[in-house]
Design a protein around this ligand. Structure first.
Ligand code: NI
Length: 138
């Protein structure tokens, strides 16, 4: 972390009231911490549109492993993108359903392609890409 700089913010009273309600409901100790998080969140969003930046994220999918050839297809996609996949956790939720969480790292477009390929596969019931950051520069 660099040097701390204090600065003032002018804001519409109604907007500030809503912001204070937001920070209270999300457990923030003060406005500064909430504003820092909002700024970081916006910067991370920017990282995912910059082709030069290395991104980090997770892809979560829920699927029925009885679906014909699905497990093989999902494994094939992951092997094809093996440079982006750091780690995979597989949980057998019940007799039918599996939960898979992939930790991924690399160029945003490669990770988005992998995520789209996994989530759109027939038999995947739900999926989500969480786009976060290496943390460098935050
Ligand atoms: Ni399973």
């Amino acid at each position: 972390m660099g040097q701390i700089t204090r600065f003032g913010i002018s804001m519409d009273s109604q907007l500030l009231k809503r912001f204070d309600s937001f920070i209270y409901h999300h457990g923030y100790a003060n406005r500064s911490e909430a504003i820092r998080d909002l700024v970081r969140d916006r910067l991370v969003k920017g990282e995912w549109t910059d082709e030069k930046v290395e991104t980090v994220g997770t892809i979560t999918i829920i699927y029925d492993h009885h679906q014909r050839e699905l497990a093989e297809k999902l494994a094939e996609q992951q092997h094809r993108a093996q440079e982006s996949v750091i780690s995979v956790m597989h949980v057998h939720l019940d007799h039918h359903n599996c939960l898979e969480v992939l930790a991924v790292r690399g160029k945003a477009k490669h990770i988005k392609t992998l995520s789209d390929n996994l989530i759109s596969a027939k038999g995947v019931k739900h999926g989500k890409l969480v786009m976060t950051s290496t943390g460098k520069g935050l």
